[in-house]
Design a protein around this ligand. Structure first.
Ligand code: V47
Ligand code: SF4
Length: 377
């Protein structure tokens, strides 16, 4: 949509505060905390959607990125007990879970030999016996086998525990991880930063400050990272904006974040199954408002294994310009939590079709948004 079109939509808005917010957006002015909350409370989906779509098109045109990736989940045994987690087993019940050796994980990597994947995403539970040394060995083994495979691995929850056990500082630990082959950090473990909610849903794991410190350290070492927000459970709108505000402030300092990924809470098989899931209209508003509030994040991603591919396709009209990757049925986190994607895998052709159906331009990217292939034609 051109700027005349969005100006007409803003002028037609009856609420003068929403009009003012719309004008700020098209003048590239930063939204205040209370304006973010106001959007959640008062804006209609078509209004925030049009603004977010305008913002997305002014940043990226129709370009919509995806990559060819696979996941490795080293273990689902975990010392923590997040209430929303449908996937982990406490160490006391470790025989019900899984635990992969370095060789088993290297075999997974080798099973992609000759295939055009560019990224391995490694995250899992926090197993008390899997040490920093173990994961350094894993990364060295992967890099020795396939040096160009980008390793996007470990949440600050896993890293904080590994570093604490190994008695190294965050700075030392991150340096060791980088030297062993860690290329970037995924966005997981962020959940909701605000202590009012964090203490209710994941009290015992890394705090918001620890999460932010580890990402900051990664950025200072020249690495990029992503950030997530787990939404649609017991949090309020101001908790969501507080979370985005903390990310926006760190990004102002480091510019190290690539992508923001809102993660829809799924309620199957966990201790929060009594909490209803958000409706599609609110999912789309979440994406749109993220695009508007996080003005210094280049990319906004819809993670289709969690959202389902139909909803993910819709988000491409609500600010989203990235749809993650092929996945190849290598993650269990979302199928175990009740996602409609029970065996998440999409071929490149399916991803390209999904993006083209939304009248967007499919671009295969590397993890750091280098263009690998333009599938427009
Ligand atoms: O931190 C766990 C979430 C995250 C549930 O960086 C749940 O490219 C919803 O961060 N309902 C891990 N969400 C996954 C993650 C991620 C995924 C895709 C891409 C990237 C990236 C990062 O999964 C956890 C937690 O927030 N999660 N359980 C659940 N029941
Ligand atoms: Fe463990 Fe992660 Fe599940 Fe929390 S979300 S219990 S840290 S695997």
């Amino acid at each position: 949509m051109n700027s005349k079109g969005i100006e007409v939509i803003i002028a037609a808005e009856k609420d003068s505060t929403l009009q003012k917010i719309g004008t700020k957006i098209i003048q590239n002015e930063r939204l205040l905390f209370e304006e973010g909350v106001y959007l959640f409370e008062h804006a209609s989906l078509p209004y925030v959607g049009a603004l977010a779509n305008w913002k997305r098109e002014s940043l990226h045109g129709d370009k919509t990125y995806f990559n060819r990736n696979f996941h490795i989940e080293p273990t689902n045994v975990c010392v923590f007990s997040c209430k929303f987690c449908s996937y982990s087993k406490l160490y006391a019940h470790k025989e019900e879970g899984w635990e992969l050796t370095v060789d088993q994980m290297l075999d997974i990597v080798k099973s992609y030999d000759g295939k055009p994947v560019t990224e391995v995403h490694i995250v899992g539970g926090v197993h008390p016996k899997l040490t920093l040394a173990f994961f350094l060995e894993l990364m060295r083994a992967i890099k020795a086998h396939r040096p160009n495979l980008h390793i996007k691995a470990f949440t600050p929850v896993e890293l904080e525990y590994m570093f604490r056990k190994a008695k190294v500082s965050v700075a030392e630990g991150m340096k060791l991880a980088k030297e062993a082959g860690l290329d970037s950090l995924p966005g997981g473990g962020a959940e909701i930063f605000h202590p009012e909610i964090r203490e209710q849903i994941c009290a015992d794991k890394a705090t918001a400050d620890q999460w932010l410190e580890i990402h900051k350290t990664a950025h200072e070492l020249g690495m990029h990272s992503n950030a997530t927000l787990l939404y649609g459970h017991i949090e309020s709108y101001h908790h969501r904006i507080d979370h985005m505000e903390r990310l926006r402030q760190l990004q102002d300092q480091t510019k190290g974040f690539n992508t923001f990924i809102p993660l829809k809470f799924r309620n199957a098989n966990n201790d929060m199954s009594n909490v209803p899931e958000s409706i599609l209209l609110d999912d789309l508003k979440m994406y749109a408002i993220s695009r508007l509030y996080l003005d210094n994040f280049p990319h906004l991603k819809a993670y289709w294994p969690m959202l389902g591919r139909d909803a993910a396709q819709l988000t491409l009209s609500y600010g989203v310009n990235d749809i993650d990757g092929t996945i190849d049925d290598t993650t269990k986190i979302y199928s175990m939590a009740g996602s409609e994607e029970q065996n998440p895998a999409m071929t490149t052709e399916e991803l390209v079709t999904l993006i083209k159906q939304a009248k967007r331009q499919p671009i295969e990217r590397g993890t750091l948004y280098n263009v690998i292939n333009d599938f427009s034609n």
